[in-house]
Write a protein that binds this ligand. Structure first.
Ligand code: GLC
Length: 564
């Protein structure tokens, strides 16, 4: 029914550092992944996405790569990688790698060569610029543009040796590659082909809509109270982005089959996404947009906004409608950059954690698009109870804290409250395998503490309990594999103004599915069209089916009917 295989696929993301440690050094590794492949096959996963496993100084946990064609020794070797790949393929799954080419590590040999001197043949592989005209290098405001880095501070770092600055949209150990230079592009394509020839099945492309910059780099808009300008207009969906992705497609993917490519694209609009994912244009198969995970963010980054369900629904509806005819969605609540969904949009209290985790899974997976599960999501893993800033390891949390508290004068409590709820380390605590020390993640000392709730929330317990989130997620994967309406059905949002219920239908030929999720701790009656009385209940997350369309707290239901 569907020509593009990934439409019916379920993807599982592994953050290797936190997944499973086989050698006791406190960091996850490739052997650890090999040991747990059956957990993933048992979940009905089709594709595994590995966050970066390349050699890296680990300034940003591997998103700072110092060699694109090898394996970080802490994680293993190329031989072990081949073994992992074979193990994945033997179970009928595919494996995609993280492609981080907006920037490299400052310890990559390309950058070392580039910074060696102004006349280095690789000087132009990165963004080097002199101080602002009339200002001495290193003096305040002398940076070539006013851009702030995502992790706090200026996006420019002065290199004393040549008196020039280099651009780093992320940490100063992540210098941006200059995609204007054709040599950079062909080096990247060559590397990608090398991995595909080794047998991998595609790439997740890190912040790929930032690789094309506006030249010359323009200053960004300054808002009251902020130290740096917002440079995003100078690098989000830049002028040559489609050209670069089409060239990459021609040089790397054309002529290969069964690939999956997904571009991570902060700030991407629906209209842009349509262009990026139109198969006829040959760019990427799908993108990660951010609107629905930023639905609870206001203009002030240090204010927690409660989720408004109507807003979340409006966002999904816009994306579902926008990509209905052309293009494809990816669907996610969680990844290594987001807090745990059950703590964020669900209710992680003892009473409702399991129900709300299953409800969130139901509502997400039944949309049109390819669903992504982040490690631990299938267990209903929760946010970590961080007490102080010292418990965080994430460069983003530490950098933003320093900027907000030390430079902008925010109160530490205000900033901590937001980091506790939103900080990326919530997703990065060790995967909870069993009830033994450190959740069975390591026999050593974990690089980040395990969530103290592991004796109760862990994979061993979940696999043994037929009512667990794990087995429920398996059913969601099975539905996608067996019910064509889940894959190809039209999407229609119902009850857009309802503040507690999320409801929609999917329709394909004579089959229609009705999905309703209760995003609240109240019992709520859904006003549903008469035509649904007598429909089959395909799945619900609670022991009892709703009576008279009244959903219990955090209940989710999927009904199916045939249209005569
Ligand atoms: C992406 C990654 C994030 C990383 C950043 C810089 O957003 O998902 O973890 O910090 O890019 O590479």
């Amino acid at each position: 029914m569907t020509d593009l295989w990934w439409k019916s696929a379920v993807v599982y993301q592994i953050y290797p550092r936190s997944f499973a440690d086989a050698d006791g050094d406190g960091m996850g590794d490739l052997r650890g992944i090999i040991d747990h492949l059956d957990h993933l096959a048992g979940l009905g996963v089709d594709v595994i996405w590995l966050s970066p496993i390349y050699p890296s100084p680990q300034d940003d946990n591997g998103y700072d790569i110092s060699d694109y064609q090898d394996i970080e020794p802490v994680f293993g070797t190329l031989e072990i990688f081949d073994e992992l790949l074979a193990g994945v393929h033997a179970r009928g799954m595919k494996l995609i790698m993280d492609l981080v080419v907006n920037h490299s590590s400052d310890e990559h040999k390309w950058f070392l060569e580039s910074r060696a001197g102004k006349d280095s043949p690789k000087r132009d592989w990165y963004w080097w610029q002199p101080a602002r005209e009339g200002l001495e290098p290193g003096t305040p405001g002398a940076e070539p543009t006013n851009w702030g880095s995502v992790f706090g501070g200026s996006a420019w770092e002065l290199d004393e040796k040549t008196g020039e600055y280099y651009l780093h949209l992320f940490s100063k150990k992540q210098p941006d590659l200059n995609w204007e230079n054709p040599e950079v592009r062909s080096a990247v394509y060559e590397m990608m082909n090398w991995w595909l020839d080794r047998g991998i099945d595609g790439f997740r492309m890190d912040v790929i809509n930032m690789i094309s910059k506006v030249v010359p780099l323009p200053d960004g808009r300054l808002t009251a109270g902020s130290l740096y300008g917002d440079g995003s207009a100078g690098f989000i969906n830049g002028p040559r982005i489609h050209e670069f992705l089409q060239e990459m497609h021609r040089e790397v993917f054309a002529g290969r089959d069964a690939m999956l490519t997904v571009g991570e694209m902060p700030g991407v609009t629906v209209d842009e996404a349509k262009l990026f994912t139109d198969p006829a244009r040959g760019e990427v198969d799908m993108v990660f947009q951010f609107d629905h995970v930023w639905a609870d963010r206001g203009d002030d980054p240090w204010l927690l906004m409660p989720l408004q369900l109507t807003n979340l629904k409006a966002i999904f509806n816009r994306w579902q409608a926008g990509l209905a005819e052309v293009g494809w969605n990816s669907l996610y609540w969680n990844n290594h950059d987001q807090p745990r969904a059950v703590s964020r949009y669900g209710d992680d209290s003892a009473a409702y954690r399991v129900a709300s985790a299953k409800m969130l899974g139901t509502v997400l997976h039944l949309h049109r698009g390819t669903p992504y599960i982040y490690q631990g999501e299938e267990l209903g893993m929760t946010n970590y109870p961080f007490r102080t800033i010292d418990e965080f390891r994430d460069i983003e949390a530490l950098g933003q804290y320093a900027q907000a508290v030390d430079l902008e004068g925010r109160s530490p409590d205000e900033v901590l409250t937001v980091l506790r709820a939103r900080g990326r380390d919530n997703a990065r605590t060790p995967m909870q395998w069993n009830a033994t020390a450190h959740a069975g993640f390591t026999t050593g000392t974990p690089w980040l503490a395990a969530n103290p709730n592991y004796p109760e929330i862990n994979a061993e317990a979940a696999r043994a309990d037929p009512d667990s989130v794990y087995h429920y997620y398996r059913k969601l994967a099975d539905l996608r594999h067996t019910e064509p309406a889940v894959v190809d059905g039209d999407f229609t949002m119902l009850l857009p103004n309802h503040e507690q219920l999320y409801a929609y239908t999917r329709r394909l030929d004579n089959t229609e599915l009705l999905v309703i999720g209760n995003f609240s701790g109240d019992s709520v009656r859904a006003e549903v069209d008469e035509a649904w009385s007598g429909a089959d209940l395909l799945l619900t997350n609670l022991p009892e089916a709703p009576e008279d369309w009244t959903l219990a707290p955090w209940q989710a239901v999927i009904y199916k009917r045939s249209l005569g």
